[in-house]
Design a protein around this ligand. Structure first.
Ligand code: HEC
Length: 157
């Protein structure tokens, strides 16, 4: 009986983990991380294909910019403020982060850190060579471990 319960609970955990990956987002909008831009994305990006499929894959900042242009051409409609919020929201939650190549500006938006911290990351890279592990990155003063862990699937070294 105990074994059976253990088996069942590990199955439930596995299911929860699967639901959290962007590729298998459910129909409910509750899966979108909270924050500025979330409401705008759900409003502007749901009409034609559902907001979930709009964020089904990670892209680079430039690819997202291009996608947003294409969606505007497809007929997506939002205010300037909504478009800006969506762009920032995508950068923060769905953009690939090239830890060893990104500019300080790009790191500030994608990692959501202060400009000084982004510059410290670039300086550390220039002084000591490329980052090799997630822990190297976390060791830069001002970098918050939890914020890096939240992005671990999108970090490219
Ligand atoms: C007026 C309809 C419409 C709206 C609104 C819309 N899209 Fe799309 N979207 C499309 C169509 C049509 C396609 C498939 C053809 C294409 O790729 O342009 C598509 C495909 C996509 C794709 C897959 C193809 C790719 O370029 O990766 C993504 C991602 C995407 N949309 C994101 C978004 C986002 C983000 C928003 C909100 C800003 C949005 N869409 C709003 C019509 C729309």
């Amino acid at each position: 009986m105990v074994l059976r319960l253990l088996y069942l609970s590990s199955f439930v955990l596995m299911t929860v983990a699967a639901v959290q990956s962007p590729a298998s987002q459910s129909e409910t909008s509750s899966i979108f991380p909270p924050g500025p831009g979330r409401d705008a994305l759900i409003r502007v990006c749901s009409d034609c294909h559902g907001a979930e499929s709009a964020v089904a894959q990670f892209k680079t900042h430039d690819e997202w910019t291009k996608t947003l242009d294409e969606m505007a051409n497809n007929g997506a409609q939002g205010t300037d403020d909504q478009w800006n919020q969506i762009a920032a929201y995508l950068d923060k939650h769905y953009t690939l982060i090239f830890v060893n190549k990104a500019t300080a500006d790009n790191l500030a938006t994608t990692l959501d850190v202060a400009p000084e911290v982004a510059e410290a990351i670039v300086r550390r890279r220039t002084d000591k060579g490329p980052f090799k592990t997630i822990d190297d990155l976390k060791a830069v003063p001002g970098v918050v471990s939890a914020a890096i862990d939240a992005r671990k699937d999108r970090l490219i070294f």
